[in-house]
Design a protein around this ligand. Structure first.
Ligand SMILES: Cc1cc2nc3c(=O)[nH]c(=O)nc-3n(C[C@H](O)[C@H](O)[C@H](O)COP(=O)(O)O)c2cc1C
Length: 205
């Protein structure tokens, strides 16, 4: 299905931090809403998908994996897979039409690259474009414990305008499965992007 307008395009980068399930749930939820996703999966992100979710989730099979895991509704959306080395991809330019980008999960290495505006990879460059164009950039870092440089890199990103959303699912909704925890983080991301959802019950409901 085609997207309603170019503004329905969202960039997603999956990097090599633990939490591949957060990424697949987020991608699936956006596809279910008919979005077009400009997808980047770093080399270690590719490894994470296989290590944490199995060979069926390898990036080459991602479309079928998402349909199997989350239902055929994911076919309402589309995605384009970019090489992280392709600095000539359209999302490397400020003239592209993605309204937002999510880095989920975000490794400490990629966090550092974004914090310091290095633009060495497509992930870093596309995130830099979001910051310079004052568009929405959601970063979902995952590491524990954290060093002072890592904490400072989060502050640098926040000061530059990114939303820092550490992979810290809540437990008040009484999760029973890993999918419940992933739903919580994906729901937080969708809220940040302005999409209504019922991925987790609201506090007090
Ligand atoms: C199984 C596995 C789990 C990892 N988990 C994390 C993590 O949670 N956080 C992190 O910052 N790095 C983690 N790493 C290390 C990163 O993958 C590594 O720093 C890599 O260079 C990140 O590159 P990328 O940001 O281009 O994906 C993990 C690596 C592996 C193999």
């Amino acid at each position: 299905m085609s997207v309603d307008s170019p503004r329905d395009a969202i960039a997603i980068a999956i990097t090599g931090a633990s939490g591949a399930l957060y990424a697949t749930r987020t991608v699936a939820a956006l596809l279910e809403r008919g979005c077009h996703i400009e997808l980047i999966v770093t080399e270690y992100g590719r490894r994470l998908l296989r290590d944490e979710l199995g060979d069926g989730a390898a990036v080459e099979k991602l479309s079928d994996y998402l349909a199997w895991r989350y239902g055929e509704g994911v076919r309402r959306g589309t995605f384009t897979l970019h090489s992280n080395r392709d600095l000539g991809a359209r999302i490397a330019s400020g003239s592209q039409d993605c309204r937002a980008m999510v880095v989920v999960p975000c490794s400490m290495k990629t966090l550092a690259g974004i914090a310091h505006g290095l633009s060495r990879t497509l992930t870093e460059r596309a995130a830099d474009v979001m910051l310079k164009e004052r568009r929405t950039l959601v970063i979902v870092p995952r590491e524990t414990p954290m060093s002072l440089p890592q904490l400072r890199n989060m502050v640098l990103c926040a000061e530059a305008g990114a939303m820092l959303m550490p992979a810290m699912p809540a437990f008040y909704q009484m999760p029973k499965t890993l999918d419940d925890l992933a739903d919580f983080m994906a729901g937080k991301i969708l809220s940040a992007l302005g999409f209504p959802h019922d991925l987790y019950p609201r506090w007090g409901s």
